[in-house]
Write a protein that binds this ligand. Structure first.
Ligand code: CA
Ligand code: CA
Length: 214
């Protein structure tokens, strides 16, 4: 069950809808980052909004492991979107500027993890330690490249048709069954949130402005 949402490789589609929801809270403590391994070559570093394919293991301060993608996810790596509070704020902070092939150890204070309440098997006020290996980086749904990919007729705005085509391709890619009604209602949600001036199109500005806020 931990961290939630990681199993869903089709998060990409949903983060397009949910990405705007994060609001900034500035806790005092920060994440401690140790680079355990650096790749020989690094042609691109992670930035906010990217999709990261990672293997990770989480430990308590006493060294007990509470979760591992190797053990708890059938050994499969998980996709994670950087910078939108998909899981822990500590991950959003600790996995920036990272290269594919890099390994890091993150020490995350409670305020950037599960806080005063804790969650499930995480006791209140737990400092968490993660070892994270970054396997691959993809452009996230908020990147300029993503916009261009979605803008089929290159007029710098996204029509309902273009957004729906994008959703259809994404769902196909991840083999998620979706009927037309579900897709229509997603498109409606997306336009309700993204089309600020309500002209029936999501402009490049409307699209990327949100990205800056991530
Ligand atoms: Ca267009
Ligand atoms: Ca608009």
């Amino acid at each position: 069950m931990l961290p939630k949402g990681l199993q869903a490789s089709h998060t990409l589609v949903f983060t397009f809808v949910l990405g705007y929801a994060s609001s900034a809270l500035i806790p005092e403590a920060d994440v401690k980052i140790d680079v355990l391994q650096k790749p020989f070559l690094c042609h691109r570093k992670t930035k906010l909004g990217d999709q990261l394919l990672i293997h990770y293991a989480g430990f308590f301060e006493n060294g007990t492991m509470f979760h591992s993608s190797h053990k708890n996810n059938n050994g499969e790596a998980v996709w994670f979107t950087l910078g939108i509070k998909e899981t822990l704020v500590g991950w959003d902070r600790g996995l920036r500027e990272m290269c594919a092939g890099e390994k890091r150890k993150l020490v995350i204070p409670p305020s950037l993890a599960y806080g005063k309440e804790g969650k499930g098997k995480i006791p209140p006020e737990s400092t968490l330690i993660f070892e994270v290996e970054l396997l691959d980086i993809r452009n996230g749904p908020r990147s300029h490249e993503s916009f261009q990919e979605m803008d089929l007729n290159d007029d710098w705005k996204l029509s309902r048709h273009e957004v729906k085509e994008y959703l259809r391709r994404e769902f196909d890619k991840y083999k998620v069954a979706q009927n037309d009604t579900q897709q229509e209602s997603m498109v409606n949600d997306i336009f309700k949130n993204e089309d600020e001036d309500e002209d029936g199109y999501i402009s490049a500005r409307e699209f990327t402005y949100k990205h800056d806020e991530l």
